[in-house]
Design a protein around this ligand. Sequence first.
Ligand SMILES: Nc1ncnc2c1ncn2[C@@H]1O[C@H](COP(=O)(O)OP(=O)(O)OP(=O)(O)O)[C@@H](O)[C@H]1O
Length: 750
Amino acid sequence: MPEMSVARNELEHERRYVAGLYQRLDELRAEKQRQLDQVRRTTSSGSHQNRSERDAFATMYEDRLAQLNAVDDRLVFGRLDLDSGEERYIGRIGLSTEDLQQLMVDWRAPEAGTFYQATAFERMGVRRRRHLILSRRDVVAVEDDVLDASMLTDADSLQGEGALLAALNSRRTGQMSDIVGTIQSEQDRIIRAPLPGVVVVQGGPGTGKTAVALHRAAYLLYTHRDRLKSAGVLLVGPTNAFMKYIERVLPSLGETGVVMASIGSLMPGIQTVQEPSEEVAALKGRLDMAGVVKQAVANRQRIPAENRKLNVEGSILTLTPRQVRRARDRARATGKPHNEARTTFVKIMLRELTEQLTEQLEESSGAGNTADRSYLTEDVRTSRDVRIALNLAWMPMTPEKLLRDLFAKPAQLEAAAPHLSDAERQLLHRTEDAPWTEADVPLLDEAAELLGELDASAGRNAAEKEQERRRDIANAERTLENVSATLEDAGVDGVLSAEALADHNVVTETRLTAAERASGDRTWAYGHVVVDEAQELSPMQWRLLMRKCPLKSFTIVGDIAQTSSIAGSHSWQQALEPFVGERWQLEELTVNYRTPAQIAEAAVRMANAAGLVVSAPKAVRDGRWDPVIDRVPDLEPALLAALPEELEAIADGLLAVIAPARIIDQVRAAVTSVYGSRVGQGAGGPGQDIVVTTPREVKGLEFDGVVVLEPAEMLKQEAVRVGDLYVAMTRPTQRLRLISTGEIPEGIED
Ligand SMILES: Nc1ncnc2c1ncn2[C@@H]1O[C@H](COP(=O)(O)OP(=O)(O)OP(=O)(O)O)[C@@H](O)[C@H]1O
């Protein structure tokens, strides 16, 4: 047969197969919808068990339906032809026929691993790897890697090059997409690394660190469901804009159970802004701030300087410093947090004061008079003087109040941080009504740890809630016992047994509640934490994250060379040593998938000329353009003149104008005056194809075209690092233009 018609036949074959997969997906969807409607129609008889039975099923069906809907786009992307003769299709989820014939394997299943790992040198039983390139539901192309010995190629060559390049060249939308069809083997190794321990993924710009972090979260949830279903996975990124940029990736991989949070939003109920001063952020990020917070709490447990007279219903009692000190020491010895230990302190003090009162009354009314002690205790407890004295000695305290006072009242800061210089204390000073910042979050969390629940009854509520949750789970378990084997629930993998259904139900029940409950609970202990752009974290932020995962199971991704915050890290060793010692493992990503070679090389030359050692990942592709450089007398007219050309070059793709913070407002105003509502912030919103932003905000994002304004200023701003300019120059997927009224930093021009 001529080659062309072979190819056409193959394409036809795949089209038919893929159409069959979609048909099965639609059947499952319809079935789930029907089951959901039925459960919703069932009126509950009102008993707790019936209601929770119904809710458990409704939740399970909703969850499945959401998953089946989310995987519609490019449902399948690969096929393996194995030595055994088996043809194995790889897709976003597993699919089977009604009688349990496997139609497609989930990409995370062990049987799918070879799709990403097999090379011509190490075939792993694979004869041919086929990439299916879909547009919506239709197969538009197939691309084969033939791995048998007679066609031996370079083992390092990229897998599915055509599919990969098509993905890399596609226009950016302001929302990251998954890379599940084209994961490369160095990335796959990291995605499938074992769950325990700390894995650090270091890689230059565009090497897929964020992509790897997200796919790893999905992989871990799939592979270690049993361990992670109730504890959950936390994914932390640098900013809200970044979280928005990546928010669709996990659902498209069929995962909704990950708690995603920016570093500034980790204190439930507290809204934060960026810390306006870098120096303040660095100071608040220092590990010794933990000691300052600790001292501030201790200072709220005060010994009066002298005796104090207290009026209790006309009797005058004496409170001595010695009494307070003894009660304080005994309360501290409980090891409980401040607000909880206060109960002990108050109990001791009330007892002693009641004894004093009893003695006084006995003396005045003659020995042998046995006054009702409980009545006297009440008198002491409700005395205004006593209340004031006990509060002065041991004030109940919220983390917010502690920190507001600490930063607004110089005397308190001096008492808590005598080791700081006057200048440092001055940096921390601010008014009581100042907004919370990202750098405050670890301090608030630290304070919350040391203070504990404000209200003793809050502890009781938590205990009650926990009891209720156990009751719910017990109910769910009874529900499952009641499920008859005839209830053939067609799950994603076809008809399930009653046992599988039981498993599924428990998973669904606890996974959903885990994610929901975890995100509102400051003290939640996660089973795994993924940290993106981790180079920016201050030591105090690390300390906070380490508390969130007592098992110390972390995936940490970042690039030390891109650190732009002065609170951030200079080395992974330095960042992690205080928390996990040497117990972490470094993985590196070496290929730049985002930036064309000409632009990536200019960024590296610039970094090297500025004395920064950067890992220079190998760029996958050449671009059409060298970086364009404009030296101009006036910035704004030059920018406005350049924009039409840039927009045209990227054919209505996404364009970012990155400017130093000093001029960002005027630049935004100038661009908006011409382009109006097309101009957005962050990664851009719907209908917005131009973004005006600072290097700091652009971290982790990417655009088809980038215009960098005043590059020399971005370079100069950072005394020892070129982070900002390096970050800005490595954002484009197609085209870079630099506009400067001053110098062009060394190295950019070849
Ligand atoms: N295997 C792959 N297949 C297709 N696209 C990929 C692959 N790996 C990475 N990419 C794409 O390359 C771009 C850069 O990836 P990503 O944002 O994860 O890089 P990064 O290392 O986090 O970069 P930075 O450090 O600059 O934030 C993204 O568009 C991503 O989808």
